[in-house]
Design a protein around this ligand. Structure first.
Ligand SMILES: NC(=O)NCCC(=O)O
Ligand SMILES: [Zn+2]
Length: 369
């Protein structure tokens, strides 16, 4: 399969600014992720985020945010651990939806201040979704990406008595309590949220076991890349919330447009890359770690059985998957460079001008006593 990259900005200085320039102008990168969580590791301050957003705008690159308040998460983790809650459920309790809502709101407002488009990755909660909704209603260019796990799961498994099962569900922001999933599905079906990602970041049981006695040491991340098309079909189309046409938009076309590789990707048109799936809506799929193709020994969708099966996958016009068999050569996937200045940047200069022209004339005090 073809692939591209986002890069992460985890600090700010002249070297980072120069690296960003090189990546955009010469290496086909057109998006940069800013982590507002993971204090002491990846987290950026507001000042670093602001400088990064400014540079993104200048380069025509899209800023992405991992929106959780990292200072408050660190405080929440200390509090919950001190209460004697050491297992995976402590992960959810220590970083509640309000911290996702706060960071989503803050990054949206700073993006508005800079007048740059913004992409919120892995939207997990009603709190974050409502901030995105409000911003979009006011005309701000904010994209919201729920992921397979936020649409399809609730947090109940984090309370499983078996550590191995519970730890599989640890990711950040956390999978939320029942109700958030349905609200995100509704937001996706009404266009408040635009596309579905995976945040695929799997760890096997022995890696997750690093946090056996302290949830803060459980590596964060869940699977999703192999399951996305089936689960989204089930949750959104089989349930009647989206049409098959809309399914194509939220799994493919919107993404290609936002990351500026449309119509090479995200379309079946003359000249497009011919990356196509054939999904039989009457066949059945069952998900299990014993049959999936990942090297992971667990699957957070273990036992899910649903209507709809992808019978053929075509990549670059060649059949890559058929009759349960993979027909690919290692290395056949190509790196796809992504150009800056997607449609999200159209007209920003006019808005900037309008903003500056709206200033009242500065006061001339040169003759004042
Ligand atoms: N989401 C998650 O838990 N792991 C991947 C890294 C990140 O985005 O936080
Ligand atoms: Zn993230």
């Amino acid at each position: 399969m073809d692939y591209g990259f986002h890069m992460a900005v985890t600090t700010w200085n002249e070297k980072v600014a120069k690296d960003m320039e090189l990546l955009v102008k010469e290496k086909g990168i057109n998006s940069f992720k800013f982590f507002l969580a993971y204090k002491g590791a990846l987290m950026v301050t507001d000042e670093q985020m602001l400088q990064g957003f400014k540079k993104c705008k200048e380069l025509g690159a899209l800023p992405l945010v991992h929106a959780e308040n990292g200072d408050a998460v660190a405080e929440g983790q200390s509090q919950i651990f001190a209460m004697g809650i050491t297992g995976p459920e402590g992960h959810a309790l220590s970083r509640p939806p309000v911290l996702e809502g706060e960071a989503t709101a803050r990054s949206i407002r700073l993006a508005k201040f800079i007048n740059t488009p913004l992409y919120v990755v892995h939207v997990m909660s009603i709190d974050a979704m409502q901030e995105i909704s409000q911003a979009r209603q006011s005309g701000q260019r904010v994209i919201g990406e729920p992921i397979v796990s936020s649409l399809a799961l609730d947090d109940s498994k984090l309370w499983d008595a078996d550590f191995k099962i519970a730890a599989q569900y640890v990711m950040s922001p956390p999978i939320r309590s029942a109700g958030h999933d349905k609200a995100l599905q509704a937001a996706l079906s009404t266009g408040i949220l635009q596309l579905v990602g995976t945040d695929h970041a799997p760890f096997n049981s022995s890696q997750k076991a690093q946090g056996r006695h302290d949830f803060r040491a459980i590596p964060n991340g869940v699977n999703g890349i192999e399951e996305r098309m089936h689960i989204v079909w089930d949750v959104m189309v089989n349930s009647g919330k989206l049409s098959p046409r809309e399914y194509v938009r939220i799994t493919s076309t919107a993404c290609a447009q936002i990351f500026n590789i449309y119509p090479r990707k995200g379309a079946i048109l003359p000249g497009s890359d011919a990356d196509i799936i054939i999904l039989n809506p009457n066949a059945t799929t069952k998900i299990s770690a014993s049959t999936h193709h990942s090297r992971m020994d667990t699957n957070i969708y273990e036992g899910w059985t649903m209507k709809g099966n992808i019978e053929v996958t075509i990549s670059q016009g060649r059949v890559a998957w058929e009759n349960g068999r993979l027909h690919v050569k290692r290395g056949a996937g190509r790196y796809i460079p992504m150009a800056p200045f997607s449609y999200l940047f159209d007209g920003l200069d006019k808005l900037d001008l309008e903003y500056v022209s709206s200033f009242k004339a500065p006061v001339d005090r040169s003759t004042a006593a």
